[in-house]
Ligand binder design. Sequence first.
Ligand code: DC
Length: 228
Amino acid sequence: MAKAPERIVIAIDGPAASGKSSTAQWVAKRLGFNHVDSGALYRAITAAAVRRSADADRWDDAFVLAGGKSIGLEPDGHSFAPTIDSKRVDEQIRGPEVTKHVSRVARMKPVREWVNQQVRAAAASFDIVVDGRDMGTAVFPDAQLKIFLVADPWERARRRLLQQLGRSPTDDEIAEETQRLVHRDAGDATQTVQAPDAVLIDTTYLTQEEQVERIVALARAVDHRDEF
Ligand code: DC
């Protein structure tokens, strides 16, 4: 019997607002792979906790984890979007309430195990591009390609605000956002790990298209299947 073709996993990790998810989505589209955003799952389980109790001081591991039962992943083009009670929650998971609590939720060990299970299940039958903080270390240590995306915090803040505001931000706005970002980086530091065999890409002076081209070229270099 012919051996089933090997599944390819491309793991893209890096700090907040380094452009991981949008880059991962674009790379997946270029290669005909699927994209899984692990951060969106941390955000969805946080959103489920917010719905059930606004008093975040009383959330413990078991309470947060129980919300996982209401969460699904719905196919959306080349990607998957999280749902709560079968309804899309795209805007809610990016909102300030979820962003405020998600770092703490992401430090809960059982929550990390739950997210890792969801990501592995989504990856089981597809070639995937997966993005997060520890995809190339804890979740897919055997990924054929690992990328660690970084960029200067000021530039990450500028890009994030440009996207949010739809105009060029002022230096004062960028300075404030830079502070928020470095605090988030500190909150996520223990989870954000560069695999020793990851390719480091500093995107400070790259366009998104250039980042995507580099990763696509790296993917072609590691994929030796005929049909690719
Ligand atoms: O990338 P993001 O901002 O959507 O991630 C949301 C939160 O989840 C952030 O606090 C980091 C955390 N996270 C994590 O700890 N591990 C991952 N693999 C992905 C995200």
